[in-house]
Design a protein around this ligand. Structure first.
Ligand SMILES: C[S@@+](CC[C@H](N)C(=O)[O-])C[C@H]1O[C@@H](n2cnc3c(N)ncnc32)[C@H](O)[C@@H]1O
Length: 180
């Protein structure tokens, strides 16, 4: 792939490591990303193994199913990817990274090991934004698979049903048997 023609204004469906490796140094102004969180069952042994691999400059090999049962979420993105992100970022460039509340420590370490400085975190929580994190507060099981069109149809159906009930009540029909 040739930079920038094959990259700009495109959605690239690929392993980000391959895509990043083909990019030149210092070519990106900012990175905003929602990478895997690694919400798998991380025992102390597993965490230790992950950290050991990272410190040895290796990719951590973790099997498991994390967020929504996905195997890509077995472990959060490691330094091997962040190093490439760091390389393609222009000097002074920022990277805004979303992390899971349970594994943000590992995400932060991975960024650090790649050379990033942790500069700030963004607050948005039930406490009116006081928490120093851009974080889920009750994030498990959000309705990812919600079909918004069905939800809108349902809301419209309920609105109409209410309007019809009110009109019938006004016309004197108090015992309406509703059948779908
Ligand atoms: C936490 S999800 C992001 C979800 C997204 N923000 C959304 O609302 O749909 C992480 C995404 O990273 C993708 N992913 C995981 N490993 C990847 C890799 N090595 N290269 C590119 N994408 C990857 C997964 O397929 C998943 O879609």
């Amino acid at each position: 792939m040739i930079w920038p023609d094959d990259y700009l204004d495109r959605v690239l469906c690929a392993d980000c490591l391959n895509v990043l490796r083909a990019m030149p140094d210092n070519c990106v102004d900012a990175v905003v990303t929602d990478p895997p969180y690694g919400l798998t069952d991380l025992s102390l042994d597993k965490v230790t193994g992950v950290l050991r691999a990272w410190l040895n400059g290796e990719k951590a090999q973790v099997n498991g199913h994390g967020f929504m049962g996905k195997s890509w979420d077995a472990i959060c993105i490691g330094p091997e990817v962040w190093r490439e992100v760091y390389r393609v970022l222009k000097p002074g460039g920022h990277c805004l990274v979303f992390a899971g509340t349970r594994t943000m420590d590992l995400a932060a370490v991975a960024l650090r090991l790649a050379g990033f400085e942790l500069r700030d975190s963004i607050g948005r929580a039930h406490d009116g934004g006081q928490a120093p994190l851009l974080a889920w507060v009750q994030g498990s099981g959000f309705p990812k698979s919600l079909d918004i069109s069905k939800q809108l149809d349902r809301m419209e159906y309920q609105r109409r049903e209410k309007a019809i009930r009110e009109a019938l009540a006004k016309a004197g029909y108090s015992e309406v048997v509703w059948s779908e």
